[in-house]
Ligand binder design. Structure first.
Ligand SMILES: *[C@@H]1O[C@H](CO)[C@@H](O)[C@H](O)[C@H]1NC(C)=O
Ligand SMILES: *[C@@H]1O[C@H](CO)[C@@H](O)[C@H](O)[C@H]1NC(C)=O
Ligand SMILES: *[C@@H]1O[C@H](CO)[C@@H](O)[C@H](O)[C@H]1NC(C)=O
Length: 171
């Protein structure tokens, strides 16, 4: 998860002044949203990831295509080999994400039920430095677990999240 910032920074460096949404002081707000579904829904990938920079989507990935696809302006940037590398990174995240969702529905004895896990990660980037990073997950719309940088540790908000915390902190 920590790798997301370097990946984005390298993209920013490649783009340079081509990013139109740059604020006056060169600040960027970066957000990733991951969504996983426990039950198959026709035509909807079980896992999807979206990345936004200052509220403009710049990449998407899903469990059907397994490819990180640049969106918007980013499509026009050539020599973006990072997208291939990013596809592998997203695939690895998909695996962990879906395993976590499986753990939760198993904890609640509801493996056949229809549930949604969502992850939100982001930070502010200014002068090549990131700040205010956050990592938080929601299960069926409710707070599930959050990374607290001050401790630093995962803070569970749900009984099942104790298991997730143990897993993530052990690896
Ligand atoms: C799930 O089922 C097991 C075995 O039947 C039971 O011990 C456990 O309390 C159940 N968990 C929940 C969250 O209901
Ligand atoms: C899920 O559904 C299958 C088939 O309908 C059933 O055999 C199984 O017991 C169900 N599992 C749970 C955890 O409800
Ligand atoms: C960010 O780092 C790159 C490479 O080190 C440098 O060229 C660029 O000027 C830096 N940008 C800012 C805003 O500091």
């Amino acid at each position: 998860m920590v790798r997301m910032v370097p990946v984005l920074l390298s993209l920013l460096l490649l783009l340079g002044p081509a990013v139109p949404q740059e604020n006056q002081d060169g600040r960027y707000s970066l957000t990733y949203i991951y969504t996983g579904l426990s039950k198959h829904v026709e035509d909807v990938p079980a896992f999807q990831a979206l990345g936004s920079l200052n509220d403009l989507q710049f990449f998407r990935y899903n469990s059907k295509d397994r490819k990180s696809q640049p969106m918007g302006l980013w499509r026009q940037v050539e020599g973006m080999e990072d997208w291939k590398q990013d596809s592998q990174l997203q695939k690895a995240r998909e695996d962990i994400f879906m395993e976590t969702l499986k753990d939760i529905v198993e904890y609640y004895n509801d493996s056949n039920g229809s549930h949604v896990l969502q992850g939100r990660f982001g930070c502010e980037i200014e002068n090549n430095r990131s700040s205010g990073a956050f990592w938080k997950y929601y299960y069926d719309g409710k707070d599930y677990i959050e990374f607290n940088k001050e401790i630093p540790a995962w803070v569970p908000f749900d009984p099942a999240a104790q298991i997730t915390k143990q897993k993530w902190e052990a690896s």
